[in-house]
Design a binder for this molecule. Structure first.
Ligand code: PHE
Length: 447
């Protein structure tokens, strides 16, 4: 049996954890969720929840993984033997399977766009074509399934390669490049005539549009965007060999995530209003708006292709973390089984994802709790599975694990971190669990 895989450096860990967090959550999901749930108020809640609830959980997951040095399921069992805490890990793996099953559908859409843009398909199109292009892609069963499969095959190929080689290499350069692109796009979008209406939509909270569901959806968004609640970050931190300032990493990743979400909003909403679209288009929003923004740029065609490649990388680095979480739990440290379990897990994800992929065309008439299959899969994972997992993790770290142990592992003798620790521990113990319970109860109208 080979030794547990490890990151080749601390930067490798931070890059990979940031790569997991930053992906479709900030770039695709945030704009469309904000667009359908009141704009400014959604953004405000998202930021608050990220800082007060999701970021503390991120650090809690780092702690569990680093301390236990093992996968999502065994980590809980190792730190609390002969208890039922392992359930938290099992829940995380099941939710990871479902998230990746629909995440790969969107990954497939990106591949479809990329293939078309490489063929020069978007050149000479006019603004009114973009809705039609998007619809014709997502309604075509052969295309969506084929591209979803291709996306999964790429993800599986990288995960089969193991930790350092696969994940780190891809993460090193794509993040800064993507950031530069977003700044450029935001600039273009903000200088369109009529853009300011979009800015106020995103930044001016309108309390009257606040509902219990909006609160839950914003909470779910903050969890989804930071990859927390399902022990993905436990698995990643378990590959961390040396001492590391984990509070700093958690804070950096959380701040970056808010920043990219904001940038994505500042790219999308000004363009939505300036170009005469509506913000509430659902999952297709960025796929319609982004080509329209690129259309307004010099060399827009080429830039769009480059952008799609970067977006694909961002999506892949998140998908890697989901698949790695599942595979690591299956392998239980038996590295020689990596190939086989990657194949099994990847195939399972693909099969589970088929109904979601088809729910925009062939299966569009099927609804569960008034939601399409895709929306339903997203809803139960982001808004029920992840908060439930996060609740268990906060209780585990706040009440089950002795405080000294948590303190020593995180603080490692640094007085500066000891100070931060106090605030964090307070949040984990007294704020996070009760806030999650309250939001659950309230959004399901129990209180
Ligand atoms: N955080 C990722 C994104 O924003 C999605 C994700 C969720 C990845 C959960 C891993 C675990 O795209």
């Amino acid at each position: 049996m080979k030794k547990q895989d490890q990151w080749t450096s601390k930067t490798g860990f931070i890059l990979a954890a940031a790569g997991s967090a930053i992906g479709l959550g900030a770039i695709w999901k945030f704009p469309y969720m904000a667009g359908t749930n009141g704009g400014g108020i959604f953004f405000l809640l998202f930021v608050l929840f990220t800082i007060l609830i999701a970021a503390p959980i991120l650090l809690a997951e780092f702690f569990i993984g680093r301390k236990a040095q093992s996968n999502a399921i065994s980590a809980f069992k190792k730190l609390a033997p002969h208890t039922l805490w392992g359930t938290t890990g099992y829940l995380g793996i099941i939710v990871s399977l479902i998230i990746l099953s629909f995440y790969s559908v969107i990954g497939g859409w990106i591949l479809s766009y990329l293939a078309r843009s490489l063929n020069g398909y978007f050149i000479n199109k006019v603004q009114s074509d973009y809705v039609h292009i998007f619809d014709s892609i997502i309604e075509n069963p052969v295309e969506v399934l084929g591209m979803q499969l291709l996306f999964m095959l790429i993800t599986m190929a990288i995960i089969q390669g193991g930790i350092q080689k696969g994940i780190e290499r891809a993460s090193t350069w794509m993040m800064p490049a993507l950031l530069v692109f977003f700044v450029l796009l935001a600039f273009r979008s903000l200088t369109l005539p009529g853009a300011m209406e979009g800015v106020s939509f995103l930044l001016k909270p309108d309390i009257s549009s606040l509902t219990g569901q909006t609160v839950l959806l914003a909470l779910g968004q903050s969890f989804f965007a930071l990859s927390i609640g399902i022990s993905v970050m436990v698995t990643y931190a378990s590959y961390l060999p040396e001492t590391e300032n984990m509070p700093k990493s958690a804070a950096t990743i959380s701040a970056l995530n808010i920043f990219i979400s904001l940038l994505a909003g500042l790219v999308i909403f000004p363009a939505v209003f300036a170009l005469g679209y509506t913000p509430d288009q659902g999952p297709g929003l960025i796929f319609v708006i982004l080509p329209a923004v690129f259309h307004e740029l010099v060399f827009g065609g080429i830039l769009f292709t480059v952008f799609l490649i970067l977006l694909l990388f961002a999506t892949l680095t998140s998908a890697f973390s989901l698949l790695e979480n599942i595979v690591a739990a299956f392998m239980k440290g038996r590295q020689d089984k990596r190939r086989r379990y990657t194949l099994i897990a990847g195939s399972l994800v693909f099969v589970i994802g088929i109904p979601s992929a088809l729910s925009f065309g062939f299966l569009s008439d099927i609804h569960i709790m008034e939601k399409s299959i895709f929306d339903f899969a997203d809803y139960i994972t982001s808004n029920i599975g992840m908060p439930l997992g996060a609740l268990l993790i906060s209780l585990f770290v706040g009440y089950k694990i002795p405080k000294d142990l948590v303190f020593n592992e995180l603080v490692q003798g640094s007085p500066k971190i000891a100070f931060v620790f106090k605030g964090w521990y307070f949040l984990i113990r007294y704020i996070v669990p009760f806030a999650i319970i309250l939001i659950f109860l309230q959004s399901f109208e129990i209180i």
